[in-house]
Design a binder for this molecule. Structure first.
Ligand code: MN
Ligand code: MN
Length: 319
């Protein structure tokens, strides 16, 4: 047992892993409170998705599969629950009948989280949720660096005429000045587009785009050293991880799958490679459990979220 003064995940020898409350990592649930360093938040939204639906069930399913995640990283030796006061602060009560209203509800919710100086680590939800999160974080941190893992660039000008949907958000984030495109990296984009220049709008604004083909069959640890060099150690940095960045062989439970994506080890290399940046928050989006018959997508998502905690500045490493 840890002697830590911080919340600890309920151990597998205290309560069987298949029992007890289904909070993230079996942590205590909490209100939004000054006592917390990090808050895990679910956003059960899927009305911004363009193909298969179902990410409204993502937070619940990722929490359920997170029961198998233990407190220490066995390779990195990272010990997030000895480093920060972390709790599951529940879900955002979105209006599932109205996307634009939901966007405002999410932003207000994160305003309250920011007011308490809690670092948000979010379980999606479709990718639309990242825009109101970035809007709220901008008010506290100013213009941010952004690392974005995704099969898609999510820089459409509109979808069916709508300016806000899960495929438009990073265009909006750049247009609104929330993120610095010269400190923005997109990783994993691939497959087919509406034109051969679908990724160009971001590149023209200074974004570094690392397509999936550039990642195939190699370690991404060297890439992440370049990413850290680009971002620097002080710039407030947000990490947004669309699970469809990973190959559907590993993560089939998602709404817009594209073949030949990143591997699970590469996903861990990317998130671990964020350690050393000034990471101020992160999200894991687009898990759609109905297409995840084995639970492997949510299990991988839960492990990625664990790695996000391990990459927050100040997370200690044990011997
Ligand atoms: Mn996306
Ligand atoms: Mn995507």
């Amino acid at each position: 047992m840890s002697e830590s003064k911080f919340n600890q995940p309920l151990g597998g020898n205290q309560m069987p892993r298949f029992g007890g409350p289904a909070t993230m990592f079996r942590l205590p649930s909490s209100e939004i409170s000054d006592d917390l360093d990090v808050g895990i938040i679910g956003i059960p939204l899927d009305i911004g998705a363009s193909n298969r639906s179902g990410t409204r069930y993502g937070p619940r399913d990722i929490r359920a599969e997170s029961v198998l995640v233990r407190p220490y990283g066995m390779y990195t030796k990272a010990a997030p629950f000895d480093s920060f006061q972390v709790a599951d602060i529940g879900d955002v009560p979105i209006n599932t009948f109205n996307l634009l209203d939901s966007i405002d509800i999410i932003e207000s919710h994160y305003d309250a989280v920011m007011e308490k100086n809690i670092k948000p680590v979010t379980l999606g939800g479709d990718h639309t949720i990242s825009l109101p999160i970035l809007r709220a974080l901008y008010k506290k941190h100013g213009k941010m660096a952004l690392v974005h893992i995704d099969a898609h660039a999510d820089i459409n000008d509109n979808m069916f005429g709508e300016k806000i949907a899960h495929g438009t958000i990073f265009r909006r984030a750049i247009e609104e000045g929330l993120v610095d495109p010269h400190k923005m990296v997109q990783i994993g984009q691939r497959a087919t587009g509406y034109s051969s220049r679908d990724f160009q709008w971001a590149i023209d604004r200074g974004v570094r785009v690392v397509q999936a083909e550039e990642c195939w069959l190699k370690s991404l640890t060297p890439l992440m050293a370049e990413v850290r060099e680009l971002i620097g150690t002080d710039t407030p940095t947000y990490l947004t991880f669309d699970i469809d960045g990973i190959d559907p062989a590993f993560a089939p439970g998602t709404g817009t799958p594209e073949p030949a994506g990143l591997t699970s080890p590469q996903a861990l290399e990317i998130v671990r490679g964020m350690y050393g940046t000034n990471l101020i928050g992160a999200d894991l989006v687009e898990v759609s459990p109905a297409y995840d018959t084995s639970g492997n997508t949510s299990l991988l998502a839960a492990n990625i979220v664990f790695e996000m905690l391990c990459s927050l500045p100040g997370c200690v490493r044990r011997d």
